[in-house]
Design a protein around this ligand. Structure first.
Ligand code: PMP
Length: 409
């Protein structure tokens, strides 16, 4: 900050809002502006995290269009729902997330505005229950995670879990760092398709995480934002289901914005698992009172679309088919990119929309300036921004910036 801006702030500090410091623009949104302004026809956008098809578009899914037509015909009122949102939507979605298991009266869900709303509502619930709880967050993660918990008044702690050099999970480092976690602390976990690394725990490592939570009294807070975009709907929820079966308490924040392609419609839900029915009932009333003061009630349209799809066998099947094709596209691109260079090999085993390339900030800038390739500053790429015919072009541009791993070309 320059002296001029400092003294301008000091002079205005006594005015209403004058004490506010300017906040940096969202880095990914700035990247979109840079990409749009680039007139090179061969430019490649690997920045923003939305699914793209082979034509580079993020289309409305077929089942969503069909559900919207049904709603247009059949919806007779837009009168208020309650703070819990559309209970039929949450119940149908619970079937997708938790399968046929019923944690009975111990598991409560409410509709939220997107996964972000679910995370924030969960953070507020934790803060109301135990202000001393600290939230353990693996690095790197989605940049919004720490601010969501911090704005709810909770303190956050980072732990390692990923080795950026090898592109693999470093589970020992994670266990080492979590040795400092205290009973009542929250452990934030990505249920599948980690953003930004694409890395995943093995089933054995998930069991160890669950055992650790049980032994140390930690509460897992699972962020499930990409179900169906990794290995399949049931596969991507397996860790969440195992945790719900094994532990007395957990939180699950869900986003349906990617797997239903409904991003701006803000589709989400928060589930809380409690130790017994009596606590669960208190948790439920607290979720509702917090939601009431945060957004009163969630927006309906996206959830109504999801409910309409899930309650209709034909629409549900078509949604699953299109989701399967989206996943196949991502995993096909992963395999093609991984085959291009030994340093890219882990990408084949990773899942979801993102991968984090072992690139310096300078390399990321050089790729943008010299080749018109746009990605987040930390080297995160949106796999769906690639196409069958640009994978090789991209790998060729990357080559001088990748240092060969052991035994690799
Ligand atoms: N969690 C993760 C890991 C995400 O990547 C995102 C979206 N980028 C969200 C939550 C939030 O999703 P939504 O858009 O539904 O708020």
């Amino acid at each position: 900050m320059t002296l001029d801006t400092l003294s301008a702030r000091a002079a205005s500090a006594s005015l209403p809002f004058g004490a506010l410091a300017a906040q940096p623009a969202d880095a990914l949104l700035s990247l979109i502006a840079l990409y749009r302004a680039d007139d090179r026809p061969q430019k490649i956008d690997l920045g923003v995290g939305v699914f793209r098809n082979d034509a580079g578009d993020t289309p409305v899914m077929r089942a969503v269009k069909a559900a919207e037509a049904v709603l247009l015909e059949t919806q007779v009122t837009k009168s208020y729902l309650g703070a819990e949102g559309d209970a039929a939507y949450t119940a149908l979605l619970a079937g997708i997330v938790f399968g046929d298991r019923t944690a009975g009266e111990r598991l409560n869900g409410v509709q939220t505005p997107g996964g972000t709303g679910a995370l924030r509502l969960g953070a507020e619930l934790v803060a109301r229950a135990n202000r001393e709880a600290r939230v353990w967050i693996g690095t790197p993660t989605w940049p919004n995670h720490a601010p969501i918990f911090a704005e709810a008044g909770l303190s956050t702690r980072s732990h390692r879990f990923y080795d950026a050099v090898s592109g693999r999970i470093d589970f020992d480092a994670m266990l080492n760092d979590l040795a400092e976690a205290r009973a009542g602390d929250i452990l934030l976990l990505h249920g599948c398709c980690h953003n930004p690394t694409g890395s995943a725990f093995t089933p054995e490592q998930w069991l160890a995480v669950s055992d650790l939570c049980a032994a140390r009294g930690l509460i897992p807070f699972i962020d499930l934002a990409y179900q169906g975009l990794g290995d399949g709907l049931a596969e991507d929820a397996a860790a969440t289901r195992m945790i719900v079966d094994a532990l007395p308490a957990a939180l699950v924040a869900y986003s349906g914005d990617k797997n239903f392609g409904l991003y701006r419609e803000r589709v989400g839900a928060l589930w809380a698992l409690s130790a017994n029915g009596a606590i669960a009932e208190r948790v439920r009333t607290n979720m509702l009172s917090l939601a009431r003061s945060l957004w009163s009630m969630p927006p309906d349209h996206g959830a109504a679309i999801v409910r309409t799809i899930l309650e209709n066998d034909a629409l549900r099947a078509d949604w699953r088919d299109e989701l399967d094709a989206m996943r196949a596209r991502l995993n096909g691109l992963r395999a093609a990119l991984a085959a291009m260079h030994s340093r890219l090999a882990p990408i084949a085993d990773q899942r979801g929309m993102f991968a984090m390339l072992p690139l310096t900030h300078e390399a990321v800038a050089a790729l943008r300036e010299e080749h018109g390739i746009y990605m987040a500053g930390n080297g995160r790429i949106n796999i769906a921004g690639l196409r069958a015919d640009t994978v090789a072009v991209f790998a060729q541009a990357l080559r001088p910036h990748l240092h060969a791993g052991e035994g690799g070309p």
